[in-house]
Design a protein around this ligand. Structure first.
Ligand code: FPP
Length: 261
């Protein structure tokens, strides 16, 4: 994408315009992963039930998916529901699942119009059949799109993913002598995708919460106090600009942030 595409979508003279002009489009992160946190606190601050925070969080999801595609981010992964989130009250879990289905139904045309390919990462088979049907339909309808890859991590756990990958690897009969990191990564949900260059977490907590544990080995982490329902394109642009100022060393010597590294 280009500065022009981004500027066309932001109000002239807005903070977003100023931020858009600072982005170096030749040095974009190849994959941005987001831990969307703070929905409950957002609702509590307004004396609303927790689920209202999740409902409000959908507007942020919509904005960040569309803005990431406009900026030209190749892969975006949003952490929507962890394997641990089943411990929440049943009403909260069922509202989250309903919101997800509704989002997909309402946004499928936007995904198609923006050439976005949708994929679920996580333990798909443990989701209820109606949720599976909706997710599968969105995956199938967007499968031939060639623009941004949009992953939703759902019933996802980083350790569980690594264990499953190990199982699949063993079942494939791979020669242990031939096993290396690249080959192992081919058994993860994100096979074929670049690892996240940038991990964003909202609402201020300094944790990775079992998210993409293998893949974030060298990700740059950006944490904001902004709660997820308040997170918008300007925050995304701030994160990208900050990322572009980092020195990425990969355990070696200083290297400037460049595309593909
Ligand atoms: C964390 O906030 C957020 C979640 C567990 C769910 C995020 C889900 C959505 C925004 C909606 C569905 C997603 C998609 C992709 C359509 P929290 O409840 O842990 O907040 P708290 O830490 O303030 O309690």
């Amino acid at each position: 994408m280009s500065l022009e595409a981004l500027l066309a979508a932001v109000p002239a003279g807005s903070p977003e315009e100023g931020l858009a002009r600072q982005v170096k489009f030749e040095r974009l992160p190849r994959h941005i992963a987001v831990i969307m946190d703070g929905n409950g606190r957002w609702a509590a601050q307004r004396h609303l039930p927790r689920v209202e925070g999740h409902r409000a969080g959908i507007d942020s999801v919509r904005d960040i998916v569309e803005s990431s595609a406009r900026v030209g981010i190749p892969v975006l992964t949003l952490y929507a529901f962890s394997v641990e989130n089943w411990k929440r009250p049943i009403t909260e879990v069922s509202t989250l699942m309903s919101l997800l289905k509704r989002y997909l139904r309402l946004e499928l045309n936007t995904l198609l119009r923006n050439n976005i390919r949708f994929k679920v990462i996580g333990r798909f088979e443990e989701l209820s059949p109606d949720v599976q049907t909706e997710l599968k339909a969105a995956e199938d309808r967007t499968a031939s799109n060639s623009g941004m890859q949009f992953n939703i991590a759902l019933n996802y756990g980083g350790r569980a993913e690594i264990v499953e990958a190990a199982r699949r690897m063993l079942a494939s009969g791979v020669d242990p002598e031939a096993l290396d990191e690249a080959r192992f990564a081919g058994f993860l949900y994100t096979a074929g995708q670049p690892d996240p260059d940038l991990l964003i977490r909202t609402s201020g907590e300094m944790r990775v919460s079992n998210f993409l544990l293998w893949q974030i080995a060298y990700a740059e982490i950006w944490v904001t106090d902004t709660l997820w329902p308040d997170f918008r394109a300007r925050h995304l642009l701030e994160a990208i600009i900050d990322y572009q100022k980092r020195d990425r060393r990969y355990g070696g010597i200083t290297q400037p942030v460049v595309a593909g590294r």
